[in-house]
Write a protein that binds this ligand. Structure first.
Ligand code: ZN
Length: 145
């Protein structure tokens, strides 16, 4: 395995660092995230040190999602969230990991992604505000005071 120097995920996989292991198969392991967004927040990690999920083999990707699905169903059963958030990362720790997060409506992650969606929609709304008719209307209303 092409282990990188001081990779915390490789250390966990090799048993050199502690983690709360939840589930594993030959190619992937699921652990609790030590900085959870919600109770039960997990990471699914490839056993091979590869930065990005799309650089893994098809078998490794299938394993990641199989392990994720097993744990997601346990999360649904134990925590009864609205849904399980899944997000692939490899930046801060350059070793493929899926974030698997039980998400309830209105919790921190739900609010964050709702804010992102609002941000996506805002350019059109802001563009409407600067149309001549809208500007003239605002000027007229404020000018009346
Ligand atoms: Zn690694």
């Amino acid at each position: 395995m092409e282990k990188k120097k001081s990779c915390v995920f490789c250390d966990i996989i090799e048993g050199k660092a502690h983690a709360y292991k939840i589930h594993e198969d030959e190619l992937s392991v699921c652990i609790l995230d030590i900085q959870p967004y919600t109770k039960g927040h997990c990471l699914v990690i490839s056993k091979r040190h590869v930065q990005w999920w799309h650089e893994l083999s098809d078998e490794e990707n299938a394993s990641l999602f199989k392990v994720a699905k097993v744990v997601a169903n346990r999360m649904m059963d134990k925590f009864e969230p609205d849904f399980i958030f899944l997000y692939a990362r490899g930046r801060r720790i350059p070793h493929t990991h899926l974030l698997l997060i039980p998400t309830h409506s209105g919790d921190v992650l739900d609010r964050f992604f709702n804010a992102l969606e609002n941000f996506q929609e805002s350019p059109q709304e802001l563009a409407r505000l600067k149309e001549p008719q809208a500007m003239a209307e605002a000027a007229k209303l404020l000018g009346q005071g």
